[in-house]
Structures are given as structure tokens and as C-alpha cells.
Design a protein around this ligand. Structure first.
Ligand code: NAX
Length: 341
């Protein structure tokens, strides 16, 4: 083993985590590094993690290091390199006597969780730690967490890789090209039904999507809605939300960050806007990303968006801005800090 890495996973007793956690220690995700795991759950279910730990021990993972579990996030966060924030309160659950149906309620409840987790990550996580938010509403949770962490060396991302993988699959079926030859599949905007999967800038067998797919009606009426609504379709068919594909997408994101991106390609995740593509600064927005040879992750800035693409992307940007406004009250602590109250 060349070195070790510490990974924190929240929502560790949930269905995504059950598929995700073994892959973190399988010796492929982090190459030959030894992987220490800190698994986090809410107090009501944290003891279930004893069973998961037993299964991990029984699975023979030579790359697995120390595995701990706790309901104390700050304790888990100490010196961690990676945070996979999967845990959140899902829509439809009864919380404090009220059924959570509205996105605004979901934003508020999960937002509160992400203030605390963000503060702990900023204080106890390693400088340069990477944080991938999977728990929904992922972009705005990441926005809240990043602001609470207040540590510019750390990289906060929200997961859009699952949307990108879904889009590659749809394009593969449409064109007959194997998914391995479909690259630069960009998801612009929010991980929500407003996202814009970009069929014009995708690379299909070394050719630009806009030259391969000459069927705007299919793009508008089939491709975009099917990617946007795929999560719902899985729920309808399976009676539960995507789990194994979400876990695979989280692993794909980690691996994309851990090694340089090949020339001409990009990977999908949402990060804080620096104003690129005229996206208001600060919101956590889906962009094409590249990992540079020094390990830095940057926005790929040379993508040409058509007027059609810009108009679709703008819908998602507007949604992100309205979500930002809905959680402004959670930024109070930030104002207090600035005003030194
Ligand atoms: P589950 O309900 O199976 O598991 C969630 C787990 O999180 C539960 O065990 C719960 O106790 C735990 N949890 C809640 N609050 C916590 C906290 N503050 N600290 C630690 N743990 C906490 O959900 P699962 O199917 O695993 O999905 C998890 C999240 O991923 C959901 O928010 C879901 O909406 C989201 N998804 C995001 C996707 C993406 O592409 N970004 C796709 C898949 C998925 O829908």
C-alpha cells in the first residue's frame, strides 16, 4: 500500500450506501491506497452499521483500512480527505409531525443538516478535502455546506454523474455507438428535472453530437425529458429510488477526480460558479469539469452553447437562484460572522 486515505460516508445505513461502501474499499476506486472509512448515521439507526461492518469484514477487501461508525459527524470529519454526503431526509417522510412534500420544506430541513456538516468539514476535514453531495436537493445542500465550511481550499461538488451516465445510455441506444465511445456528456444546471443534458457538445465516436444527431424533435421531446425524468421512472418501476446506479455514479465521480481527465473529455458534477458561462457566482451549478495533471479540478471553459442550449440552461440557473433565495435564512450565521456578532 502506497498511502492511506480517509473517507466519510453519511447515510451509511441507506440503500445507496449499501452499494457504494464496498466499492470504496475494493482496491480500484482509490488504486493501491489503504482506505479508512468513517460511517455516519442518525442516532436512531446508527447501531445497524454494526451489521454492515461485519459484512465488510467478511468480504475480504485487502485495501480496507480502519472502519468506524458514529452518529457524531464532527468526530467522523477529523482529518478526512473525502466526504460522500449521501444522507438526507427524503420527500414524503413525516418529519416533526408534518409530511414533507414541498421542495421548499425539503430545502429547509436538509439545509439545516448541511449547515452543521459544513461547519464540521471546514473545521475538522483536511485542507483540500473533496466533498460530494448526493443527498437531495444536492446542489443547494452543497451550496449551504460550502458556505458554512468557509474553507476555500476544499472542493464542494453536487452529484450529476448519474444524470450524465443516464444520458450516455440514451445516446448509445439512439446511435448504436457503445457507451465507452460517448464522451464529454455535460449536465448543465441543477440535479433536478430542469437540468440540461447537452446532446450538441457530447462527443460520439470522436464526432460532435450536433453533427451526429440531426433530430431536434427527438432531442426536445425524447432525449431531454427522458434524462430529466429518469429518476422518477426508476421509482415507478422499482418502487424505490435509484440506488446501485447512484452508487456507481458516486464512484465514477471520485475516480474522475482522482486521475487526470483525458484530452477532449470532461466529467459531470456541479461546483460553485466562478462566473463561467455567465452563471451567477457562488451557486453550485452543473458544469463540464476536468482534473488537471496536478490534481486541480477546473471548469472546462471552451464549450460553445447554442441559443437552444443557452435557453434550456437558463431555466435550470433560474431554479438554482430561487433555491438559493429559499435558503437565505440559513446563511444568517454567515452574516453574523461577517458582522462579527
Ligand atoms: P435512504 O433513505 O435509503 O438512506 C438515507 C439515509 O440517510 C438513511 O439511512 C437516513 O437515516 C440517513 N440520514 C438522514 N439524515 C442524516 C444525517 N443528518 N446524517 C447521517 N445520515 C443521515 O436513501 P437513499 O436511497 O440512500 O438516497 C439518499 C439520498 O440520495 C436521497 O436524498 C436521494 O434523494 C438522493 N439521490 C441523489 C441522486 C443524485 O444523483 N444526486 C440520485 C439518487 C438519489 O435519489
Amino acid at each position: 500500500m502506497s498511502s492511506s486515505i480517509k473517507v466519510v460516508v453519511t447515510g451509511a445505513a441507506g440503500q445507496i450506501a449499501y452499494s457504494l461502501i464496498p466499492r470504496l474499499v475494493n482496491g480500484r476506486t482509490f488504486g493501491d491506497k489503504k482506505v479508512d472509512l468513517a460511517l455516519v448515521e442518525i442516532p436512531q439507526v446508527v447501531d445497524k452499521l454494526k451489521g454492515l461492518l461485519m459484512e465488510l469484514e467478511d468480504s475480504y477487501f485487502p485495501a480496507m483500512g480502519r472502519v468506524t461508525y458514529t452518529d457524531n459527524f464532527s468526530e467522523a470529519a477529523k482529518d478526512a480527505d473525502w466526504f460522500l454526503l449521501v444522507g438526507s431526509i427524503p420527500r414524503g417522510i413525516v418529519y416533526n409531525g408534518k409530511k414533507i412534500e414541498e421542495r421548499s420544506d425539503l430545502l429547509s430541513i436538509n439545509g439545516g443538516i448541511f449547515v452543521d456538516q459544513g461547519k464540521a468539514i471546514g473545521s475538522f476535514g483536511k485542507d483540500k478535502a473533496k466533498i460530494l453531495v448526493v443527498g437531495n436537493p444536492a446542489n443547494t445542500n452543497a451550496f449551504i455546506g460550502k458556505n458554512a465550511a468557509d474553507n476555500e481550499s476544499q472542493l464542494w461538488m453536487a452529484m450529476t454523474m448519474l444524470d450524465s451516465n443516464r444520458a450516455k445510455s440514451v445516446i448509445s441506444k439512439k446511435t448504436g455507438v457503445n457507451i465507452s465511445e460517448i464522451k464529454n456528456m455535460i449536465i448543465w444546471g441543477n440535479h433536478s428535472p430542469t437540468m440540461y443534458p447537452d446532446s450538441e457538445n457530447v462527443i460520439i465516436n470522436n464526432q460532435l453530437g450536433s453533427t451526429v444527431i440531426n433530430d431536434i424533435s427527438w432531442v426536445e421531446k425524447d432525449f431531454i425529458p427522458s434524462v430529466q425524468q429518469r429518476g422518477k421512472a426508476v421509482i415507478n418501476a422499482r418502487g424505490a429510488s435509484s440506488a446501485t446506479s447512484a452508487a456507481k455514479a458516486a464512484i465514477d465521480t471520485v475516480m474522475a477526480c482522482e486521475s487526470p481527465t483525458e484530452e477532449g473529455n470532461s466529467f459531470s458534477a456541479a461546483i460553485a460558479s466562478d462566473g463561467s458561462y455567465d452563471v451567477p457566482e457562488g451557486i453550485i451549478c452543473g458544469f463540464p469539469l476536468v482534473t488537471l495533471s496536478d490534481g486541480t479540478i477546473d471548469i472546462k471553459r471552451d464549450i460553445a452553447l447554442s441559443d437552444f442550449g443557452k435557453s434550456k440552461f437558463q431555466i435550470s440557473i433560474d431554479e438554482l437562484l430561487s433555491e438559493r433565495d429559499a435558503v437565505k435564512h440559513l446563511m444568517k450565521w454567515l452574516m453574523m460572522k461577517i458582522l462579527k456578532i
